[in-house]
Design a protein around this ligand. Structure first.
Ligand SMILES: NC(=O)c1ccc[n+]([C@@H]2O[C@H](COP(=O)([O-])OP(=O)(O)OC[C@H]3O[C@@H](n4cnc5c(N)ncnc54)[C@H](OP(=O)(O)O)[C@@H]3O)[C@@H](O)[C@H]2O)c1
Length: 242
């Protein structure tokens, strides 16, 4: 079935790859990011009828309300899935923690996704859609990495939110899952040195980065009818981090 999918963080990295894959499958994508990247522009030219985009800064959580969303998704449109992909990184020791960036981190990674989840679930209930919520989590929430405590805490919050969403709305057919991704080569990780990357790879069974393709395939699976009994789960796509 062709789906209407709200996807955050479409302008680069994993989000761009998810967007491309969904469009190739004929789904309609409602994308959010702050910038309209050249790569996203190419996709828009290739799929003008299927890709819709709105500039929105998810750090401004107060902007996440029904009227704002209806500027992107016309009233009366059923939302079949919400993919919460946009996120900020915050790499520092806890002893250097600053309140302002911490608040921004939680606004983008946790608060805005929770507000968007609310709007999507309301839409799903209104249209009686057995919808799907997918949150991008990180292996750092499970294994711990020096310098990632604040970032990992946002992902832990999402995992708890997702589990409880599944419990709360499962009786209406709404599913919620997290993908726990390992280290991927994207803008978010571009500043790491080869030595830092090698140290991360050493902690995986496969001794290499998680591929964007592997995460995208898992998302496609979760969106499919074949995944109809999967909810409240964390799916690890992380090269077997140990
Ligand atoms: N890369 C990894 O190794 C890794 C590992 C585990 C999990 N993850 C998770 O996977 C997801 C995708 O990460 P990625 O590596 O693809 O990141 P990325 O390359 O840095 O892309 C982040 C996306 O989020 C958007 N974004 C950031 N801040 C925003 C804001 N304030 N408002 C709206 N959009 C915003 C960016 O668009 P604009 O800049 O245009 O706004 C961009 O499209 C994230 O949830 C991340 O935590 C990544």
């Amino acid at each position: 079935m062709k789906q209407n999918i709200l996807l955050t963080g479409v302008s680069s990295g994993l989000g761009l790859a998810i967007c491309r894959s969904l469009l190739q499958e004929g789904h309609q994508v409602f994308g959010i990011s702050r910038s309209f990247s050249p790569a996203l522009e190419k996709l828009q030219q290739a799929y003008p009828a299927l890709l819709h985009w709105q500039s929105l800064d998810l750090a401004e959580t107060a902007l996440i309300h029904a009227q704002q969303l209806s500027a992107l998704i016309p009233k009366g449109t059923p939302i079949h899935a919400f993919i919460n992909n946009a996120a900020l990184a915050y790499d520092d020791l806890i002893t250097n923690l600053q309140l302002d960036p911490l608040q921004q981190l939680f606004a983008v990674n946790v608060l805005s996704p929770m507000m968007l989840s609310k709007l999507c679930i309301r839409n799903m209930l209104l249209h009686r859609t057995a919808g799907n919520l997918i949150h991008l989590s990180s292996i750092s929430a499970h294994t711990g990495y020096k310098g990632l405590a604040m970032y990992a805490a946002t992902k832990g919050a999402l995992e708890a939110f997702s589990k409880n969403t599944a419990r709360e709305w499962g009786s209406k057919g709404i599913r919620s899952n997290c993908i726990v991704a390992g280290f991927m080569e994207t803008d978010m990780t571009a500043s790491l040195s080869q030595e830092q990357k090698d140290r991360i790879y050493k902690r995986t069974s496969l001794k290499k980065a998680t591929t964007i393709d592997s995460v995208v395939s898992t998302i496609r699976f979760l969106l499919s009818e074949g995944a109809g009994s999967i909810t409240g789960q964390n799916l690890f796509v992380d090269s077997g981090t140990i």
